[in-house]
Design a protein around this ligand. Sequence first.
Ligand code: MTE
Ligand code: LUZ
Ligand code: MOS
Length: 801
Amino acid sequence: SPLRQSAVHESAHAHVTGAARYVDDLPEPGGMLHGLPVGSPVARGRVVARRAERALALPGVRAVLFAADVPGHNRIGPIVHDEPLLAEDEVFAVGQTVALVIGDSVAACRAGAQALELEFEELPAILTVAEALAAGSFLCPPHEMRRGDVAAALARAALVIEGEVSTGGQDHFYLETQASLAIPGEDDTIHLESSTQHPTEVQIACSEVLGCPRNHIVVAVPRMGGAFGGKESQASQFAALAALAARVTGRPVKVWLSRDLDMTMTGKRHPFWSRYRAGLDARGRLLGLEVELVADGGWSVDLSPAILDRGMFHIDNGYFVPNLHFVGKAVRTNKASNTAFRGFGGPQGMAVMEEVLSRAAERLGLDPAEIRRRNYYGDCPDEHGPENMVHVPVPDDEQTSAGASVISLVRARCLTPYYQEVPHCRLPRIHAELLQRCDWDARRAEIAEFNARSPWQKRGLGFMPVKFGISFTNTMLNQAGALVLIYADGSVQLNHGGTEMGQGLHTKMLAVCAHELGVTTAQIRCMATATDKVPNTSATAASSGSDLNGMAVQRACAEIRERVRPLAAELLGGVAPEAVQFVAGAAVGPDGRKVLWSELAKTAWMRRLSLSAAGYYATPNIAYDRSAGRGKPFHYFAYGAAAIEVEISGLTGEHRILRADLLHDVGSSLLPTIDLGQVEGGFIQGVGWVTGEELVWDAKGRLLTHGPSTYKIPAVGDCPTVFNVALLEHAEQDGTIHGSKAVGEPPLMLGLGVVSALRQAIAAFGPGEVALQIPCTPEAILRAVVRQREGAAVAPAADAA
Ligand code: MTE
Ligand code: LUZ
Ligand code: MOS
């Protein structure tokens, strides 16, 4: 079986030779036109004039579309349909699409865009979270979670810390920018090739914009050159513009964004601002935590409520918080609408907790790993003596949605703030293994010695554990389908609802399919994802692509296999059907005799047995009551931890990651090589978020960092000099595809360990608590070093207030 083997990505060869086709590489259909969206130049304003005459007079410009040209609803959006596809009377962000110029070439469209006469009356804009909070500008009602008595917990705490944390946005910087090609067909049908994580969402948007039923639209995804959440909801707009243009002109139309346009028009990771008060006992254990978590959603709702939810679900990270009160808010600002990004609010929620524990450790003189260990879910008998038992006042009769006693789960320290049990938290085990693997204690001592000798270069060793909930928190979305076709020569076509963005989903699905049918992966082709093969799909998101589609693929394959089993038994000389095994491309009898699948399939066809099947899966036993803030939103948790060593220069604020040791839990890995790649890539992307990637807007709400010259993602040289990545062994998970776990997003949050490491290095410049802002750019590090050297950190004045 190809499962658990070292595998190369099914398209690796095509990726490196250039043979892999992305939307923009597809052969252009005859008569194809180009569509170029034109964005608002102002952050907020009334549209007072839109004239296209001068543009239309230019050679090669075919049409210019405005809101009035939309035949159906001019509104799209994944949760609420609040985004005009083309701006109506008002614009709400720089880059919001006002017009679509259609022309023979991209150059003709650009000239047309220049010649458009658009006039705006500028209105006051809200550009920061603080302004939005002051103005009461919200995208959705606040969301709350509470338990126990925080005030009482803070009152008896040995240490109370309060403060604010901000985390910045992040551009997806997928190598392939947004792209869609719409081809009109007969009877007002449209076929789209789209770079989207969510073909069904694109289908819905196109059908609503065009005012036709969904069965008129087929959306296919060849593959994406990266997505990272940026094509979960935000591919729809550009696909719908292409479909609209195809409908109006009757010609194929491609909408493709240049890097600058993509960065200007599309939303990013949500910047968050939070305020917290935490109470800990003298040993650094959390007693109570109050957090106000505020997400900057930009101008429209998009996925902000779901991202805020996931942020709140991850404030706890891997730690038991006995008494708590969390309030989450999503504010509306006049910026591009922020959207899904790997982690989906989780990293932003965790950043608050990690700041609390880092500060507490610095106050209490504790090792950054040790304070975290003391707070993990589950019992640590050595630390948690009865005198430290925290009692949460809950009525005796309370039960979780899974039917367990709340009191006993609180006593066992394994109840999340949303009342889901954390069974067998793997963090204590991962923690111990990682500390040993990375030689934690010895290296801490070496680093202390190095720092004592080195006045301007300082090193720090940081620690970051991660617990991440796996499932869409909107329970309904946890379903998937597959369609498996076997041809009479024994060759197989595999269709499933997930999309390939480089993460290796197709490679995993090929392995699952091959294992289940007993064929080699070479006998299977994984087809482009398409809405006419599997309908009503969820986005390939929430890291759940292989969990959900894997089960559906397995079921479809098992159905066909069982259908042909009696025939195989007959062809093998009348053996017992249950004794037939399907391996290595053949059905094998108990005596070792074989019938190849090619023979089996041909005979099955002649005997008129169906050789295709659809598979379907819905995650069992999950539910979340959002209004109560309680339930079991997640099928299970993924875990991991990182130990990271950095060196900083106290003269320039620059840093390097000298070594990173990662130990990550992917259950029983379906394909370890693919998973290792996801852990490495996710981690580096997280490092980019908290270090070099900084978005800068001007006072008019215009993004200044809209290209690689000013926006710096990590490069090869930013990789840790020593990079040890391992998957947790003996980690099978119950109730998942072959015991595996989701891997896509969780490792990103390990990148927050760099903040922990940088704080340690900065602390070596002077006594007291560190003040370090995220992103930890050279400027931010230098400011923190200067403050530390001046001893300003000694008196924690900010906290006393
Ligand atoms: N890996 C690559 N190479 N490219 C991507 O765009 N997206 C990430 C992650 N890993 C991404 C990636 C995100 S945001 C998610 S949710 C998952 O992949 C989605 O795929 P999966 O569910 O199959 O893991
Ligand atoms: N999308 C979504 C997601 O709609 N719900 C989620 O919970 C989620 N989580 C991560 C990424 N995308
Ligand atoms: Mo990933 S943010 O769930 O697309």
